[in-house]
Design a protein around this ligand. Sequence first.
Ligand code: FPP
Length: 277
Amino acid sequence: MYSSGTLRIDELTQEERAVYATLRPERLPEHVAIIMDGNGRWAGRRSLKRFLGHQQGAKSVQLVTETASRIGLPWLTLYAFSLENNLRRPKAEVTFLMRLLKTYLESNVQRMMDNNVRIRYIGRIHELPGEVQDKMNWAAETTARNTGTTLTLALNYGSRSELVDAFRALAKEVQEKHLNPDRIIEEDIHRHLYTKHMPDPDLLIRTSGEMRISNYLLWQIAYTEIYVTDRLWPDFRGINLLEAIADFQRRERRFGGIGESCGEVEEDPDRIKIAAG
Ligand code: FPP
């Protein structure tokens, strides 16, 4: 078995290897989150039914996950099904997405084992159909001891409802007198999030060109770099993940501080005359 972060660069395609060669391996993101968007448009552009776009999107999930595991990415978190999708999409589409998820898990767990991928979930999972939850639990248990990439699927997920769940749990702690409200710090919120076991995303990718966050990981992306591509999710491949990482590595992350080329600091602020008006 590989340990976390083990590289399998020889398994990348030749094109992927060419992009990987431009990366600085010591500066790989630890956690990449993706808003997979554009399945419907992909199908529409080909005059196909929407479900075929989702089916092709599931193929992208598999291929992108495998590339992530080959480059030793520790955390990959995919927005597969939002609370809003569940409430606002036609019932037939929701039913199809649930069936697709079940089939995906059935037919991909062996590949996850071969790629040392561990699968987990975030979201209000208990509201999903029982037989889907059974399959999800089976896949999570089967892959639990893998030590490579952790693939997290956000399912029936909404960031605001995640925060509501966290605040309810915090309120309970206060009520039971385990926590003084005046002493609540960011860490207290963090330990009640669905993502408490993982680092915040370094990079958030959104496909299909929309400039929206869509209620995804709102707390966790406070300092995340955002990369939006016009490519539709069913056309997104491992090489596109590597391109996004290359773009990420060209950026200077400041976390609210000052960058290298942002002007000289005045050592004595009292010497500066502030222009009025
Ligand atoms: C957005 O496309 C995508 C989704 C609603 C769900 C993502 C689902 C998949 C990638 C397929 C199944 C996933 C797994 C894990 C098996 P859209 O329908 O909103 O596209 P549109 O905006 O072009 O209509």
